[in-house]
Design a protein around this ligand. Structure first.
Ligand code: IPD
Length: 273
């Protein structure tokens, strides 16, 4: 199986790198976009092109594999996760950043078997950051192996936090409440505008934890394996087991910090993917 995963991973990596050029062509921003679920949820032509290229290339080589892609689901496909080998794809994570030219956007590709992420690629072609992991083989930034931080207490932690891309008032209230709770307890808060890159920062040890309510499977599938392979944990924000389709995530360098954060957070339960 490990050999097969290497082959799947290498194929995906080649396609992801090639798609990176489509993003690099728009380093100063991409002012042509359409709205999706609300007035701050965007899709560009590049999102669609990258997703088509990845799904086209992977399904040609691995015809039995399944796919969950952000734009395919937005266009009406079912978001269905079975035990079969499944590619979970966000073609441009951080689309808002991409539109504005804020250089934190990436392609995020997770490979999931039996509902568990076993390989992941997060690639920011603008800043040349390639985060990768395969189960049991460690996590890497470019060629360098990376490790999470060892911070165990919230009072010493830098937390990645996202406001998200919906204006749902109940969710926004929880976002504001958690911002208050973290800024009064922790070292500080950072917000990058990309869930996948936020998880990559935890894997790198640059941030000690990240949580969000309202993300989707494609935002977090690759990040989950990259954080775990860097030595960290990925759980539900209330402290239980991670569920890829729950639209809830909390990851941290240590379980102690993850559990303290889980107890600190106001909770929000979006409709599942
Ligand atoms: C979004 C980004 C953002 C996060 C949202 C995601 P997209 O993904 O990751 O940081 O807060 O929840 O939906 O729409 O840019 O692919």
């Amino acid at each position: 199986m490990a050999d097969q995963i290497d082959e799947y991973f290498d194929t995906a990596l080649e396609l992801v790198k090639a798609c990176g050029n489509l993003i690099k062509d728009h380093v100063s921003g991409c002012n042509k976009f359409e709205l999706k679920s609300c007035d701050i949820d965007f899709v560009t032509e590049i999102d669609k092109k990258v997703e088509d290229t990845l799904i086209g290339g992977l399904s040609k080589k691995f015809p039995t594999h399944k796919f969950i892609g952000e734009e395919t689901v937005s266009a009406g496909a079912k978001c269905e996760l079975t035990d079969d080998p499944t590619w979970v794809i966000d073609p441009v994570d951080g689309t808002m950043n991409f539109v504005h030219g804020f250089p934190h956007s990436c392609i995020s590709v997770g490979f999931v078997i039996n509902k568990e992420p076993v390989a992941g690629i997060i690639y920011n072609p603008i800043l040349q950051q390639l985060f990768t992991a395969k189960k049991g083989k460690g996590a890497f930034l470019n060629e360098r192996q990376i490790y999470v931080s060892e911070v165990k207490e919230l009072k010493n932690a830098l937390i990645n936090f996202e406001a998200g891309t919906s204006r749902d008032e109940e969710r926004c209230k929880v976002v504001r409440e958690n911002f208050k709770r973290i800024t009064t307890t922790g070292h500080g808060v950072r917000t990058l505008g990309s869930a996948a890159l936020s998880m990559a920062m935890v894997a790198l040890g640059g941030a000690d934890a990240y949580f969000e309510f309202g993300i989707h499977a494609w935002d977090i599938a690759a990040g989950a394996i990259i954080v775990r392979e860097a030595g960290g944990v990925c759980i539900d924000p209330a402290g239980g087991a991670f569920d890829l389709l729950s639209r809830r995530v909390l990851c941290a360098g240590t379980m102690e910090l993850a559990q303290e954060l889980a107890k600190t957070l106001a909770q929000y339960y979006p409709e599942r993917d």
